[in-house]
Every structure is written in structure tokens, then in C-alpha cells.
Ligand binder design. Structure first.
Ligand code: COA
Length: 322
């Protein structure tokens, strides 16, 4: 049988950092409010000309370097992004071109903050069924472009960045199981209401920005993260105490802490980057994962649980042996 293993990880964060105090200069908020309600201290923001493909490319190169991957071996590229460079071609095709890779399938997955877990699920199915041997899976976002900087209820929550993994076919897992879900009935709770087919309207520009019912999203995220953990553990007959590291989507420290509590995990077994990165949507899990691999907390052989939740709503988890 063929399984999928993670051969390397990579991350990229834009140079520009905005602290909570920087935000307090341009909107009615405080460092204290943001830290208390979200755990966020600062976020990285892309330079004016910096795009999702720029960041995704940098993260991909780091992951390939760690894995020792030859460009010629990549036979699948999947990019999770909600903020593509262009309407088309896909950001995956743009990154493929910039890596000078030709002919392999390359496509984007859009599942908002659960995008990376969706992309991992997809790549895992390709590899396990022989459709690919070596895949590049990237999460990259320039959320700063869809933030309304006049709206303190959303602007303080998000940041830019990219994370990536190289996946390889292996004779043992690796990825043990993936579980993805969606329920579109929650569309209005978290959205950018404007799109191409509904008519891009430059006059009503506020419709091109994130709109969110924060309280409702918060409650649903906490409930869903705990049911997701139950689903994944019971599908694999794994006891929650066997998990070495939880790598959750980084939206809010209070949501992460509630998820950890349900798993009976102390916070020192949870990878937290929301304080430094804020919510980077589909980049948040691969970025957090990369940070913890590179600082030596996550070791080969550790049992990891990824959990994500995002607009749609979409949600999903991955249980894996690193
Ligand atoms: N600075 C200062 N005050 C702010 C503020 C800010 N940035 N944003 C909101 N407030 C105010 C509100 O206006 C409200 O004031 P009021 O009581 O006078 O009306 C007060 O703070 C409380 O707002 P509320 O929305 O009830 O706060 P909260 O405790 O629910 O926290 C969020 C707000 C957004 C941090 C929280 O709901 C959340 O994290 N939701 C999930 C968001 C998320 O993760 N989305 C992405 C999912 S992938």
C-alpha cells in the first residue's frame, strides 16, 4: 500500500510587521483589547507589490530545500488560497511557472481558512492512488488586500504569509487520515460578499472586504473544533492522550485554548503562532507547523493533529505521524 509522508516544510512572512499599537494609530482600538480578546500581538503585512504567489513561492522553496527535493520530481502542485494573484490563471500555475516546472497538474483550492487541510486531503488522495509521487502543497494569503482598515472588528484579526509542505509517496503513514466537511448555510456569517460573477462593483467597495459576525463564528468554531477532534480520534481508534502536538488553525487564542481543553492537552503541547502572525487563513497551519519543526519542538515520529475551521463554513482535520 502507498501512503503519504511529509518530507519537508517551509514558511514565509512578509518583512513589514504591524503591531497592535500601530493599528491603534489608525482605528479605535487598543493593544490591550486585541490581546485579551484574541491573543494577537502583531501581524505581518505584504508589501504593496508582494503577492500570494511571491510568498507561496518562497515558502515552497524553503520546503523543497528541507526535503532535498529535486524540481524535476514535483508531479503535483496544489495551492490553497482565498486571495489569488489573478482571477486566472490559478496561483498554482503561476508558482509552477516561476519554479520552471512544466506539465504536472497545478490547481488552486478555495476553502478559506480550512484551505490547507482541504489541499492536504486532495494531495493525499492523489498520492495514495498513484496519481502523484511528490507533491507541493502550499497555503498562501494576502488577507491585507481584503481587509477594511476602517473596520476594527475584522482588521485586527488577520495577517499575510505563506506555508508549504513537500509530500512524498511512502510505504507507511505519514498522513493517517484526513476529514473534511462544509456547510454552506453559514455563508453570511463570514464572507467577502463581492465576487466576479455577482458583479465587481468599484463604487460599493465595502463589499470587497471581509464581513463577519464574530460572536457567531466564535461559538461555531469552538463547537466544531471539538467535534472534529472526536471524529478523527475515533476513526483511528486513537486516544486523545496519544497526541503529541495539536497544530490548529490560528484564528484566536481563546478558540485554540478551548480546542486544547477538549483534548485534555496542556497548552505547551499546542503550537501557537497567532500571537505573532494573527490569522493568515490557509497559510496558518503550514506556517505554524514549519515554525515548530524548525525550532525542534516537533520531531520525526510525533503524532500530530491539524484542525482547521473557516468561511463556508468549511472545516477539517488531519491526523499524521511526522
Ligand atoms: N477594539 C476595541 N473594541 C472592539 C474591537 C476592537 N478591535 N472590535 C470590537 N470591539 C468592541 C465591540 O464594538 C463591542 O463593543 P460594544 O460592547 O460597545 O458593542 C465590544 O468590543 C465587544 O465586542 P464583541 O464582538 O462582543 O467581542 P468578542 O469578545 O466576541 O470578540 C472577536 C470579538 C472578533 C475577537 C471574537 O468574536 C472572535 O474571535 N470571533 C471569531 C473570529 C474568527 O476567528 N474569525 C475567523 C474564523 S476562521
Amino acid at each position: 500500500m502507498t501512503f503519504t509522508r511529509i518530507a519537508g516544510t517551509g514558511g514565509y512572512l512578509p518583512e513589514k510587521v504591524m503591531t497592535n499599537d500601530d493599528l491603534a494609530k489608525i482605528m479605535d482600538t487598543t493593544d490591550e483589547w486585541i490581546r485579551e480578546r484574541t491573543g494577537i500581538k502583531r501581524r505581518h503585512v505584504a508589501a504593496d507589490a508582494e503577492t500570494s504567489s511571491d510568498m507561496g513561492l518562497a515558502a515552497a522553496r524553503n520546503a523543497m530545500e528541507m526535503a532535498g527535493t529535486d524540481i524535476a520530481d514535483i508531479d503535483l502542485i496544489i495551492v490553497a488560497t482565498t486571495t489569488p494573484d489573478k482571477v486566472f490563471p490559478s496561483t498554482a500555475c503561476i508558482i509552477q511557472r516561476r519554479l520552471d516546472i512544466h506539465n504536472c497538474p497545478a490547481f488552486d483550492v478555495q476553502a478559506a481558512c480550512a484551505g490547507f487541510v482541504y489541499a492536504l486531503d486532495t494531495a493525499d488522495r492523489y498520492i495514495r492512488t498513484g496519481g502523484a509521487q511528490t507533491a507541493l502543497v502550499i497555503g498562501t494569503e494576502t488577507f491585507s488586500r481584503i481587509i477594511n482598515w476602517q473596520d476594527r472588528t475584522t482588521a485586527v484579526l488577520f495577517g499575510d504569509g505563506a506555508g508549504a509542505v513537500v509530500l512524498e509517496a511512502a510505504d507507511k503513514p505519514g498522513l493517517i487520515s484526513t476529514h473534511i466537511h462544509a456547510d454552506g448555510k453559514y455563508e453570511e456569517l463570514l464572507q467577502v460578499p463581492q465576487g466576479i460573477s455577482s458583479g465587481y462593483d468599484v463604487v460599493r467597495k465595502e463589499r470587497a472586504y471581509i464581513q463577519m459576525n464574530g460572536n457567531a463564528v466564535f461559538r461555531k468554531a469552538v463547537a466544531t473544533l471539538s467535534s472534529m477532534a472526536r471524529e478523527t480520534l475515533s476513526a483511528n481508534n486513537v486516544d486523545k492522550h496519544d497526541i503529541d502536538w495539536l497544530v490548529p488553525h490560528q484564528a484566536n487564542l481563546r478558540i485554540i485554548a478551548a480546542a486544547a481543553k477538549k483534548l485534555d492537552l496542556s497548552m505547551d503541547k499546542v503550537i501557537v503562532t497567532v500571537d505573532e502572525h494573527a490569522n493568515t487563513s490557509s497559510a496558518s497551519i503550514p506556517l505554524a507547523f514549519d515554525v515548530a519543526v524548525r525550532d525542534g519542538r516537533i520531531q520525526r515520529g510525533d503524532l500530530l493533529l491539524f484542525e482547521a475551521f473557516g468561511a463556508g463554513f468549511t472545516w477539517g482535520s488531519v491526523l499524521l505521524r511526522y
